[in-house]
Design a protein around this ligand. Structure first.
Ligand code: DX5
Ligand code: ZN
Length: 222
């Protein structure tokens, strides 16, 4: 079953509570929270995303799907643990040199009952994260470079998704594969055909006249 996680990155603060209700009615499966620190990526969304996530946790039963694009994930994990997100993923690039840090964060999140995802930018190989895969629940494959919404899906990501899916199947690893960036009804099909089962989408859903049909088009993209 394909699930949809709506990115609230580009949702305006004005009337945001109303927008969150509408997205829930439109049957999003998760709210995707894009946390940027102004260091790992240029934008800094950290304050607004924590406000959004806090509000959503008060008004909705749906899961938070937190995506950290930050140099020091530990600091932000502390902020989010109390909101009990369903999934928390962090970009591995800033911490890849210190494997123990990655294992410590995985343990910390799991101790708190939070599903763990490893997020990889287009330039990071599957090889680089293989050793951690038996210990996590999801891989978040970026199909644009982390940093902002509204970019175009990078077609070469299809073969990366396929490689990941094949590796997981061969090693009996039952992980979710989430794809994030430039997802619309056409790119969703490419992503799902190559193994993704959770689709993150921001501009395609938020910019649609009818977000409910946009979400159902993504879920039924095959
Ligand atoms: C990019 C973010 C994505 C992105 C999704 O850094 O991680 O979640 O905003 O937005 P669209 O669907 O517009 O690419
Ligand atoms: Zn994201």
């Amino acid at each position: 079953m394909i699930q949809v996680s709506t990115s609230v990155l580009d949702l305006s603060e004005k009337d945001c509570v109303h927008s969150f209700y509408n997205l829930e009615t439109a049957k999003t499966d998760y709210f995707h929270i894009d946390v940027m620190d102004g260091e790992f990526v240029e934008n800094d969304t950290s304050k607004r995303m924590l406000e959004y996530a806090t509000t959503i946790s008060h008004i909705s039963q749906l899961g938070l799907d937190v995506h950290l694009m930050v140099n020091e994930p530990e600091k932000f994990i502390d902020d989010y643990v109390g909101l009990e997100p369903r999934i928390l993923s962090f970009q591995v690039e800033p911490v890849l040199q210190d494997k123990q840090r990655i294992y410590d964060m995985i343990d910390d999140l799991k101790r708190n009952g939070i599903r763990v995802g490893l997020a990889i930018n287009p330039g990071t190989s599957i090889e680089a994260i293989k050793e951690f895969l038996p210990y996590v629940h999801m891989v978040l494959v970026m199909s644009v470079w982390a940093g902002r919404g509204g970019q175009s899906f990078i077609p070469e990501i299809a073969s990366k998704l396929k490689e990941l899916k094949q590796y997981l199947d061969e090693n009996d690893l039952d992980l979710d594969i989430e794809v994030d960036g430039g997802i619309n009804n056409e790119t969703a099909k490419i992503a799902v055909e190559n193994g993704a089962n959770i689709l993150v989408s921001g501009s395609y859903i938020l910019g649609a006249d009818d977000p409910k049909s946009a979400i159902s088009r993504l879920k039924d993209c095959l």
